[in-house]
Design a protein around this ligand. Sequence first.
Ligand SMILES: *[C@@H]1O[C@H](CO)[C@@H](O)[C@H](O)[C@H]1NC(C)=O
Ligand SMILES: *[C@@H]1O[C@H](CO)[C@@H](O)[C@H](O)[C@H]1NC(C)=O
Ligand SMILES: *[C@@H]1O[C@H](CO)[C@@H](O)[C@H](O)[C@H]1NC(C)=O
Ligand SMILES: *[C@@H]1O[C@H](CO)[C@@H](O)[C@H](O)[C@H]1NC(C)=O
Ligand SMILES: *[C@@H]1O[C@H](CO)[C@@H](O)[C@H](O)[C@H]1NC(C)=O
Length: 680
Amino acid sequence: METRKKPNTCTFPIFDISSMALLLFLSGPAASAVGPATGFKPADDILIDCGSKSSSKTPDGRVFNSDQDTVQYIEAKDDIQVSAPPSDKVASPIYLTARIFREEAIYKFHLTRPGWHWVRLHFLALANDKFDLQQATFSVLTEKYVLLHNFKITNNKNDSQAVLQKEYLVNITDAQFSLRFRPMKSSAAFINAIEIVSAPDELISESGTALFPVKGFSGLSDYAYQSVYRVNVGGPLIVPQNDTLGRTWIPDKEFLKDENLAKDVKTTPSAIKYPPGVTPLIAPQTVYATAAEMADSHTIAPNFNVSWNFPSNPAFNYLIRLHFCDIVSKSLNDLYFNVYINGKTAISGLDLSTVAGDLAAPYYKDIVVNETLMTPELLVQISPMGEDTGTPNAILNGVEILKMSNSVNSLDGEFGVDGRTTGMGKHGMVATAGFVMMFGAFVGLGAMVYKWKKRPQDWQKRNSFSSWLLPIHAGDSTFMTSKGELQDATQNFEASQIIGVGGFGNVYIATLDDGTKVAVKRGNPQSEQGITEFETEIQMLSKLRHRHLVSLIGYCDENSEMILVYEFMSNGPFRDHLYGKNLAPLTWKQRLEICIGSARGLHYLHTGTAQGIIHRDVKSTNILLDDALVAKVADFGLSKDVEFGQNHVSTAVKGSFGYLDPEYFRRQQLTDNYQENRLT
Ligand SMILES: *[C@@H]1O[C@H](CO)[C@@H](O)[C@H](O)[C@H]1NC(C)=O
Ligand SMILES: *[C@@H]1O[C@H](CO)[C@@H](O)[C@H](O)[C@H]1NC(C)=O
Ligand SMILES: *[C@@H]1O[C@H](CO)[C@@H](O)[C@H](O)[C@H]1NC(C)=O
Ligand SMILES: *[C@@H]1O[C@H](CO)[C@@H](O)[C@H](O)[C@H]1NC(C)=O
Ligand SMILES: *[C@@H]1O[C@H](CO)[C@@H](O)[C@H](O)[C@H]1NC(C)=O
């Protein structure tokens, strides 16, 4: 949770999109140190007020030890302690002092118990005459994880008087835990306060649910997490002294997309009854005692989505914990609703009566959103299941959004503690590393260009039926369309509208009523092979969605007509940019990105569905480019479902000559590393 305490009298939280931080005023009379009794006493509870000469008590009643008492933890060469005069403008005394490190410094802590720990870092760029802390740029690392990479407080907030809190949840397995502050060259690192506090083991269970396809996800304890949002939906701010584990829960209003669609509901916290398996440590009663439900559905429509948007970093996987508690129904088995994350079904027909066993009984669900499904705004939606299943309503009581450490154990940026990198920036940026992968792509590309140049021209014509398709997501389901409509759109399949010719038939450009350009592939009804390809393509494409695969937006199967409709890909096949069309040559970077994009599309085919799909006809004519030159794999007419659990699938050899993998051709056995490796 990135929390800012603002030294003024603002008493409501303000969400600041650019920093994902929260302004929060936490003063007032000191409350008791511990939240409602839960029986949880942290085995490790290290609180340090860095740079201070004496201990400090925070408004929530906790005592942070002074630097002097904790100096045994620090290994630093050139460190400076600074302080500001006491001020009642600063929310907590821990922000009145700081330690500044001009060189790398390490805190080493001896822990009494392994397992989950909160690591909280508190920052305020104190004015001082030693270093302008607003300019300090530094990284914070543990032995294993990158917590902050080239962090600069002014990139996170505007107000130099505002405090910033970063909260992490790390499963610490060694008795010793270190925090390393590493300033950038000729800069400095600083810290105002540090918390290392045991969290209960049951907070993160081993397994959750992967979002798409929905299936079990195990190994949650293998990640580190950053708490990015913790939201009490439909209710007020919950401050640390009122949470069972000293957490802050913020209200949901700044994330709610349309306030008119949601209505807050609440009950008294004491009415909440925890069933076996959920405890107040997961979330306090006050979280479950409030919720958002659908606003009076009779005045709007019986069925709509209530949506929340959370700005996020699409280069990371996220763990979304959704909290539910049926405080709205009058009787059991009257509430059934769907939950969507980023437009994908996360929970279908959630029946709280069954899963929680009772009304007013808490239930929570952990959903892992793969980075491939992430967007800069993470979207959470609820809507009733159907009009004839119970009262049409849907609820949400709380949401926690945790960023998951990436493949190199970083929670910030693409570099690991050991210098490894995740390879590529997500949006086609060529990063400095990932060299091995890029080099592989380079070699693959060289080989492809070489082969194509050598191939006799007439082989190029023998492509099955792709050419100029193109993809875009026209919603999640494929629509069927009528031939008449398409006849109009293509000016009655006028020859001048033809943009490609393939074995399957012609490809036309067409403009739909709303102005959308689409590519229309019209099958040749005489072709027996055509019918199979037509069906395969519909079957395959209707279950696939990926940035690097073309998507089918409709089809028509009437009067022995077979027509497929795709989004128009304005830059056509990759092949045309390589030779034969006199198009401006692509740069090496563009070529690489196309190769990598195609490889991602193929990887998704192999791994993104329950079974795995082998394309079997990968070639430059079947890689289409959109107006931003993003590569999309097309033409699934020959592709095949395979169970990769088996070593191979025996099958009749299909594909295009010149591209067939020699081993596949000889042995007639498909494996997932056949031919498609050429591009990866
Ligand atoms: C800082 O404030 C300016 C002007 O109010 C705003 O445009 C900018 O987005 C803010 N930056 C951050 C990091 O909050
Ligand atoms: C922490 O990680 C270790 C090693 O991966 C694992 O054995 C242990 O169960 C984890 N602890 C918790 C509380 O999940
Ligand atoms: C904490 O909870 C108590 C009792 O529910 C309530 O009276 C008090 O206002 C809460 N404190 C804050 C700061 O919200
Ligand atoms: C709610 O959103 C989901 C996913 O974005 C969508 O599939 C569904 O059709 C929407 N439901 C309604 C009633 O609009
Ligand atoms: C995300 O998806 C990729 C590709 O399908 C897979 O390799 C990776 O393991 C997934 N990550 C998580 C956390 O599920």
